[in-house]
Write a protein that binds this ligand. Sequence first.
Ligand code: PHB
Length: 389
Amino acid sequence: MKPTQHIIGATALALALGAAFGSAQADDKVKVGLMLPSTGTYAALGAAITNGFKQFVAENGGKLGGREVEYYAVDDESDPAKATENANKLVKRDKVDVLVGTVHSGVALAMAKVARDNKTLMIVPNAGADELTGPLCAPTLFRSSFTNWQPAYAMGKVAAEKGHKKVVTLTWKYAAGQQSTEGFKEAFEKAGGKVVKEMTLPFPNVEFQPFLTEIAALKPDAVYVFFAGAGAAKFVRDYQAAGLKASIPLYGAGFLTDGTLEAMGDAGKGLLTTLHYADGLDNKKDAAFRLNYAKTYKMQPDVYAVQGYDAAQLYQAGLAAAGGDPSKQEAVIKGMEAAKIDSPRGAFTLSKAHNPVQDIYLRQAEGTQNKVVSTAIKGLADPARGCKM
Ligand code: PHB
């Protein structure tokens, strides 16, 4: 038999066996479920994640693991009450190979339960809920973003280094805000500072006035907040309008100013934040990523776009290790665990709990950019408290 005939024969045999045992075929599409917000205060974040994911797929010849990609999308509205039903649509009805989502920590926690119960692979492209790579960690659960603890912990260290002693925190009362302010407090108090008051309001309320009045009365050395999306822009504008910006330094996890500086206008100028991405990073991957993003979407990327892009890269690494077959879940998982992701944020690997081990940058807002000032903490791994894996 000639070599070519042999190859054709082997392929035909593999296809026949695949059909007999119901395994995925090379010409099957890979089914990607995108559960993200396209309405509400986090709508722009969901759009950026989708853009980033699709950009990587386009750069990869329109494929993942050598297969065409079929998208199934659901608007989760950042509403935890609808999360289980929405996740079930993608997992049970559409039978996606991978569930990608979401932005809001509370929604992601409910999604992760559906994914785990159905043994569906899940990649979180934003939501920082510490539990996902902590007590709820699982072999099938991965994150391409951050834990709420990571950027917040870095800002606690920076605020202490700046000599602040008394800080007030303010955030939305849900997992992300509470874990962010906890992370800040942990580092800040370890370095000798004191969080004198922890204030919260319900998500996604933007009636900030009573809190600004209280901050003015308390006169802390600084304020630390977790806000994101449209609510973040309103908060920063209100902080300036209340006359606080000139007298009490405002710090935040970088979500405060990512994708929101244009809406803040002058009020955002000079703000210092910490995050795993920044403008002006000196790496080739970032330069190429930004050029292509700007060309494709006619706007600049932000951290959410990077996290979406890296979710696709991570899944590609898994599929490559499984010969392109999403049904070989153990091999996909091994490939993802071993991946070194060449991210626009700088290369990263995953911790044992499947969360990025990454540099956290200190950034300063200048125009519509969050310019890198320094690396606040290099190679920061979340402590993954409670993860038994
Ligand atoms: C979250 O809910 O985990 C969350 C939402 C928006 C962000 C960051 C974290 O920008």
